[in-house]
Design a protein around this ligand. Structure first.
Ligand SMILES: *[C@@H]1O[C@H](CO)[C@@H](O)[C@H](O)[C@H]1NC(C)=O
Ligand SMILES: *[C@@H]1O[C@H](CO)[C@@H](O)[C@H](O)[C@H]1NC(C)=O
Ligand SMILES: *[C@@H]1O[C@H](CO)[C@@H](O)[C@H](O)[C@H]1NC(C)=O
Ligand SMILES: *[C@@H]1O[C@H](CO)[C@@H](O)[C@H](O)[C@H]1NC(C)=O
Length: 419
């Protein structure tokens, strides 16, 4: 999604929306049984963009071969078994025109077997296929948009065996009604299709989040990430500010989406990659890797597969972590996420300490456990997450002192001890 320009509505004449609107179901949150924990997978966009140069760059162009190779690596290299299940196609898979029947078509040169065959292949690997469409007249890269074809496109995706839809919002208007309608049409296909919306990002951030959660499993609500620390920290700060209160809407089935993981690409130092993985765990974010899995360095791979980080991300309580303290003068902050899953006892926490300075050396942060909300009188077992190092027993009044590298993170879990 290209964020600039979403606020301009293109055309003003919407024909069929009022009829659709009256048929909406009256549930409180989207109930398709999916995304009970944040969805995980691989998505081509940030790393492979709209590369269509299959003649000169056959290994990196957007083609069925790319998705099949990524699926192979997800199985062979342990990503699937760690929980990454979706292989998601983003923009640039279609032909420039719809088929005479009106349905979307995959580019026959780049997807000679078609999407249904690709879905079959992905399913044979124990994975799921994600696809991309757009709520406007055109996709961001100017392929056919879905605004007047929502029902047909939902039916087409279901008939192909698609398991997830990312519905972008370039060249769009009447976003809310469109997303609501598409949610209904996906439901009517009777195929469970995880619905990834771009809706709050299109409507100008200050959205009716209860309505978003009624119709979407995940939703983008801020700018696109680039392969760059500045964009990663910007979204962390936006989520930390949480000025419209969207953190409260997150829970099983419904997740705020700060965008793809750029771990293993070119723009982030190792410390910065740890920040992205650690904070995406704290924020209960969908984890969509966008990296060349055929060629990823071992350190980045280990981060993506890190059991302790994934356990925090996938915690069943599904509560999104929140920033509880920020010293803007010194660029230090602390986040707290309550946990209660199969890996953590009731009353456990994850605490993240961040230093967002891009200069100098490590800085100290000191907080007592009770300042962070951990007040069990029997005390807590505190463990550093990245290295898995046990730090020791802390009572609520004990002060935890950590040193955090520039553009770095220190992450611990605190598990209550028996009384
Ligand atoms: C459709 O919505 C109903 C009511 O919320 C729900 O019970 C059902 O599981 C949904 N089906 C699909 C395929 O999403
Ligand atoms: C295709 O890729 C080749 C090699 O990377 C490059 O020289 C050529 O300009 C590209 N063509 C297009 C149309 O982008
Ligand atoms: C977060 O809030 C601070 C203080 O109001 C503001 O200066 C900063 O720009 C905000 N960050 C983002 C990403 O909106
Ligand atoms: C203990 O912390 C919880 C939040 O973690 C809070 O709701 C509760 O009031 C605290 N109890 C005391 C005695 O401070």
């Amino acid at each position: 999604m290209d964020f600039t320009g979403h606020f301009q509505a293109g055309i003003s004449n919407l024909l069929c929306i009022p009829v659709i609107f009256m048929l909406l179901p009256l549930t409180t949150t989207l109930d398709n049984g999916l995304a009970k924990t944040p969805p995980m997978g691989w998505m081509h966009w940030e790393r492979f963009r709209c590369n269509m140069n299959c003649t000169d760059d056959p290994d990196n162009c957007i083609s069925e071969k790319l998705f099949m190779q990524m699926a192979d690596h997800m199985v062979a290299d342990g990503y699937r078994d760690a929980g990454y299940e979706y292989v998601a196609i983003d923009d640039c898979w279609m032909t420039k025109q719809r088929a005479p029947s009106g349905s979307l078509m995959a580019d026959p040169d780049r997807f000679p077997s078609g999407i249904k065959a690709l879905a079959d292949y992905i399913h044979s690997k124990g994975l799921k296929l994600g696809i991309y469409a757009d709520m406007g007249t055109l996709t961001c890269k100017q392929y056919p948009g879905s605004i007047f074809y929502l029902e047909l496109d939902a039916d087409t995706f279901a008939s192909w065996g698609v398991d997830m839809l990312k519905l972008d919002c370039c060249y769009g208007y009447e976003h809310q009604k469109g997303y609501e309608a598409m949610s209904l049409f996906l439901n009517r296909t009777n195929r469970p299709i995880m619905f990834s919306c771009s809706w709050p990002a299109c409507t100008g951030y200050n959205t009716d989040y209860d309505s978003v959660a009624k119709h979407c499993n995940t939703w983008r609500n801020y700018k696109d990430l680039r392969d760059d620390w500045g964009t990663v920290y910007d979204v962390i700060d936006y989520y930390g500010n949480d000025s419209v209160g969207f953190s409260y809407v997150a829970g099983p089935g419904n997740w705020n989406d700060p965008d793809q993981l750029i771990i293993g690409d070119f723009g982030l130092s190792y410390d910065q990659q740890r920040v992205q993985m650690g904070m995406w765990a704290m924020m209960a974010s969908p984890l969509f890797m966008s990296v060349d899995l055929r060629n990823i360095n071992p350190q980045s791979k280990a981060l993506l597969l890190h059991k302790g980080l994934l356990a925090i991300n996938q915690d069943y309580l599904g509560k999104m972590g929140r920033r509880v303290w920020k010293d803007r003068a010194n660029n230090l902050e602390v986040w707290v996420r309550p946990l209660m899953g199969i890996y953590f006892w009731r009353g456990s926490f994850a605490f993240a300490f961040l230093n967002s300075n891009n200069y100098g050396g490590p800085l100290k942060i000191q907080k007592s456990l009770q300042e962070l909300g951990a007040n069990s009188t029997a005390g807590y077992g505190v463990t550093e997450v990245f290295e898995g190092k046990v730090i020791g027993k802390y009572m609520p009044s004990d002060v935890l002192t950590v040193e955090v590298n520039p553009t770095g993170i220190y992450l611990v879990t605190a598990v209550p001890l028996a009384g």
